[in-house]
Design a protein around this ligand. Structure first.
Ligand code: NAI
Length: 688
C-alpha cells in the first residue's frame, strides 16, 4: 500500500479508495492520523467509493487522550468529519475489533458502516468523565433515537450484531474485512445515503416525559458522577436543537468536563490500571510458567469463586475438598451461581454448560495436585491448617509448580516455610465474591521468585482479574489501609456521630457502601475476633457485639434490618453509644461532614504513605487502583493517594497532625514520607 502521510496508508482497489489507519497498537486518532485521513480522502478523488479501515486488531480506540489539555493542532476530528460528509462519493467505515469513542464517532460521520462479526462499538467517554466530543451525542440519536441514551450515558459497548439491530451499523460482513467492505461499497456506491446529521426521522416529536423516564435508571447508577448528566444534556440537545447548535452544547459539556477533577481522576485510574499490572522490577526475560490446569484447594466461598473465574475464561480447573459432601456443596454453589445468569438472561444455557464442563471436583488431594500446573489454596484462615496443606502440596505437586495462597491476613513467608520451594510460593489474594471482583493482590514473600510472580500476574490477567503486586505484611495493602479507619469510626461515634451520619458522608463521597453498613454485611464478629487476637478494644463496637448484634447474618448490627434487608437506624445502638460516651465522660458535639470525611480518609492516606515507604506497594497508583477495584472507592475520585495529592501534601500533613493531636490517635501522626514530600512540595504521583 502506498505510504501517505505518516500513520495512515491509502491506495486504490479498482474503483474504490481504501484508507487505512495504521497507528499501533489501538489506532488512536492522534494529530498525524487526523492529517493522514484528510490526505487519504483528498487522494480519493475520482473513486466510486471510499473505505476507511483500521490495521492491527482494532478499527480505532478513539481520541488520543494524552493530547488532551495541550494546544489543539489542526485538523480537528470535526474537520475530518466535515471532509467525509462533503465527499461526493459514499465513505464506508469497515469496523473490526473495537470502534470506541472518537473511533465510533468517525464511523458515525461516514455514509455507511459495515463490521466484522463480534466487533465492539461504543462510546465509553462517560467512563473517562466526559462526553463524546466529536458529534457522537448528535449523530447517534439521529440514527437510533432514545436508544442512544443507553450507549452514551451507560458507556457500555455493544456488538456489531446488536448495532445492526439498533440501526447504526448497516451490515455485518464475513470473510476478509477489507475485501468484503470494498465489495459492499462498490455494490452500494450508487445508492443515495442520508448522512446522520441530516436525519430527522428518529428525533421528531421530542417528549420530555419519555426522555426523562429513559434517563432515570441510567442516572440512578451514576451517584455523584458528573459526566452522565453532561451526556444526558448533550443527547437532549440532539432532540431539541438543530445539529450545529446541538454540537455547541456537546462541545461546551466536553470542555467543561474534560478540565474537571472527576475526569482527571477517571483517566488517572484508566491509565493506572494498565500501569499497576506492570511489575516494575521483573527482568525482561522472565517467562511465566505454562498453566493449562488449575487446582483450587477448598471449595468454600472463595475457592468456588476462584474456580468459577477460571472456568469463565476457559481454563480447566479442579476443586479439591476434604469430603464428598463438602465437594458437592461447593460444586453445587458454583452451578447455581451460573444458572442464575441463565435465568436472568445474561448468559445462554450452552455457555453455562461449557463453563460447567471445565469445572471438576475431587477428594483425592495427592492425585489431583499431582496433575496441577498451578495450585491456589483457599482453605480455612488458620496458620496451622495452611502449613499442613502447603507441606502436603509441596510433596504432591510436580517440581516447578507454583503454590499460591488466597490468605487474607497470614504471613506468606511462614506459609512458604512449610515447603521446600519457597521461591515458588506466592499470595494470590482474591476479593469476595471472587467470580465478580476484578482486584487481585498478588503477594510476594521474601523468597518469592520472578517466575512465580510472572505466573501469578499472567494467570490473573487470563482469568479476568486486575493483578497488582504487593509486599507481604499484615493486611497487605487494601485491608491494612482500611483497618486504620476503624479507630476513627469508633471515636466519631463516641464524640457525636451516629452510624448513619458516617455512612451518609462516605456514600455521598461516592463509596459503594459506608464502613458501618459494610461491617454489617461482612459480620461484626470478624472485627471482634481481630481485636481479641490483638488485645485491642473498641468500647462501642464491643458493646454492640455483646448484644449479639453481629450484622446482617443476625438480622441486626449497627443497623436494624427489615425483611428486604433495608437498613433502619437502630435506637438500641444509639442507646449503646450514648451510654458508652457517658461512662467515658465524653461530651458529644455536632461533627460536620468535612471533618467526618477527613478523619476517615486521612488515616488511610497516612498508612498508604507508610506502605510506599516500606516498598509494600511500588507506586501510589497501585494503591489507587486497588481501592477503586476492590474497596468500592469511586473511580471518579481517583483513589486515596490521588485525593491526597489534590488536597496538597502540605495540607494533608497539617490536617493529620491536627487530628492526631485532637483525637489522640497516634496512627494519624504524619509519617516520614508525608513530612518529606510536604516539605519539598512533592506529591505521591511524582514519587517518593
Ligand atoms: P470457607 O470456610 O467458605 O471455605 C473453606 C473451605 O476449605 C471449606 O469448604 C473447607 O471444607 C475447605 N478445606 C479446609 N481444609 C481443607 C483441606 N485440607 N483440603 C481441602 N479443602 C479444605 O472460607 P473462605 O471464606 O472461602 O476463605 C478461604 C480463604 O480465603 C481464607 O484463607 C480466607 O482468609 C481467604 N479469603 C476470604 C475472603 C472472604 O471474603 N471470605 C476474602 C479474601 C480471602
Amino acid at each position: 500500500m502506498a505510504q501517505g502521510p505518516q500513520f495512515v496508508e491509502h491506495a486504490r482497489d479498482g474503483d474504490v479508495h481504501v484508507v487505512r489507519i495504521a497507528n499501533a497498537p489501538v489506532n488512536t486518532l492522534r494529530t498525524e492520523v487526523r492529517a493522514g485521513l484528510m490526505a487519504g480522502l483528498k487522494a480519493a478523488a475520482g473513486a466510486k467509493a471510499v473505505v476507511i479501515i483500521g490495521s492491527g486488531r482494532n478499527f480505532s480506540a478513539g481520541a488520543e487522550m494524552t493530547e488532551f489539555g495541550k494546544p489543539r493542532v489542526a485538523p480537528s476530528l470535526t474537520d475530518v468529519f466535515d471532509a467525509i460528509e462533503a465527499s461526493p462519493v459514499p465513505v464506508v467505515a469497515a469496523i473490526h475489533g473495537n470502534a470506541l469513542g472518537g473511533g465510533l464517532e468517525l464511523a458515525l460521520a461516514c455514509h455507511a458502516r459495515v463490521a466484522a462479526p463480534g466487533a465492539q462499538v461504543g462510546l465509553p467517554e462517560v467512563k473517562r468523565g466526559f462526553v463524546p466530543g466529536a458529534g457522537g451525542t448528535q449523530r447517534l440519536p439521529r440514527m437510533i433515537g432514545l436508544e442512544a441514551l443507553k450507549i452514551i450515558v451507560g458507556g457500555e459497548p455493544v456488538t456489531a450484531e446488536q448495532a445492526v439491530k439498533m440501526g447504526f451499523v448497516d451490515a455485518v460482513v464475513t470473510g476478509d474485512l477489507e475485501k468484503a467492505a470494498v465489495d459492499w461499497a462498490r455494490a452500494n456506491a450508487g445508492k443515495s445515503f442520508t448522512l446522520a446529521r441530516n436525519r430527522q426521522d428518529k428525533i421528531g416529536g421530542y417528549d420530555a416525559t419519555a426522555f426523562d423516564a429513559a434517563v432515570k435508571p441510567l442516572l440512578a447508577r451514576a451517584r455523584g458522577q458528573e459526566s452522565p448528566k453532561g451526556c444526558v444534556e448533550a443527547v437532549r440537545a440532539a432532540f431539541t436543537l438543530p445539529f450545529e447548535e446541538g454540537m455547541k452544547v456537546e462541545r461546551d459539556q466536553f470542555q467543561r468536563l474534560v478540565a474537571g477533577e472527576q475526569s482527571q481522576a477517571l483517566r488517572h485510574i484508566f491509565f493506572g490500571e494498565r500501569e499497576a499490572q506492570r511489575v516494575t522490577d521483573l527482568p525482561a526475560d522472565t517467562k511465566p510458567l505454562t498453566v493449562n490446569k488449575l487446582v483450587v484447594i477448598g471449595g468454600g466461598t472463595m475457592g468456588g469463586g476462584i474456580a468459577m473465574s477460571a472456568a469463565n475464561f476457559g481454563l480447566p480447573v479442579t476443586i479439591v475438598e476434604t469430603s464428598e459432601e463438602a465437594l458437592q456443596k461447593g460444586l453445587e454453589r458454583c452451578a447455581q451461581n451460573w444458572q442464575r445468569s441463565v435465568t436472568s438472561g445474561r448468559m445462554s444455557q450452552a455457555e453455562v454448560d461449557k463453563r460447567k464442563s471445565l469445572l471438576t471436583g475431587s477428594t483425592d488431594f495427592e492425585g489431583t495436585v499431582g496433575q496441577a500446573d498451578l495450585v491456589i489454596e483457599a482453605v480455612f484462615e488458620n496458620m496451622a491448617v495452611k502449613k499442613e496443606v502447603f507441606a502436603r502440596l509441596d510433596k504432591a505437586a510436580r517440581p516447578g509448580v507454583v503454590l499460591a495462597s488466597n490468605t487474607s491476613t497470614l504471613d506468606i513467608d511462614e506459609i512458604a516455610s512449610a515447603t521446600a520451594r519457597p521461591e515458588l510460593v506466592i499470595g494470590m489474594h482474591f476479593f469476595s465474591p471472587a467470580n465478580v471482583m476484578r482486584l487481585l493482590e498478588n503477594v510476594r514473600g521474601t523468597k518469592t521468585g520472578y517466575p512465580a510472580i510472572a505466573t501469578a500476574t499472567e494467570i490473573g490477567k487470563r482469568i479476568g482479574k486486575l493483578p497488582v503486586l504487593v509486599g507481604n505484611c499484615d493486611g497487605f495493602v487494601g485491608n491494612r489501609m482500611t483497618g486504620k479507619r476503624g479507630p476513627q469510626v469508633e471515636k466519631l461515634l463516641l464524640e457525636g456521630c451516629l452510624p448513619a451520619d458516617i455512612d451518609r458522608v462516605m456514600e455521598a463521597y461516592g463509596m459503594a457502601m459506608g464502613p458501618l453498613a459494610t461491617g454489617d454485611l461482612a459480620g461484626l464478629d470478624i472485627g471482634m475476633a481481630v481485636r481479641k487476637a490483638r488485645g485491642t478494644v473498641a468500647p462501642i463496637a464491643d458493646a454492640v457485639c455483646a448484644q449479639g448484634r453481629f450484622g446482617q447474618k443476625t438480622g441486626k448490627g449497627w443497623y436494624n434490618y427489615d425483611e428486604n434487608r433495608k437498613r433502619i437506624p437502630a435506637p438500641e445502638v444509639e442507646a449503646i453509644i450514648l451510654d458508652v460516651a457517658e461512662k467515658m465522660q465524653v461530651r458529644r458535639r455536632t461533627i460536620d461532614d468535612q471533618e467526618i470525611l477527613e478523619r476517615l480518609l486521612l488515616p488511610m492516606v497516612n498508612e498508604g504513605a507508610r506502605i510506599l515507604e516500606e516498598g509494600v506497594a511500588a507506586r501510589a497508583i497501585d494503591i489507587d487502583v486497588i481501592f477503586c477495584n476492590g474497596f468500592g472507592w469511586p473511580a471518579f475520585r481517583g483513589g486515596p493517594m490521588f485525593w491526597a495529592d489534590r488536597m496538597g501534601l502540605k495540607a494533608v500533613r497539617d490536617k493529620l497532625a491536627h487530628y492526631a493531636e485532637a483525637t489522640g490517635d497516634r496512627n494519624m501522626e504524619p509519617c516520614a514520607l508525608i513530612e518529606k514530600l510536604a516539605a519539598e512540595g512533592g506529591s505521591f504521583a511524582k514519587g517518593k
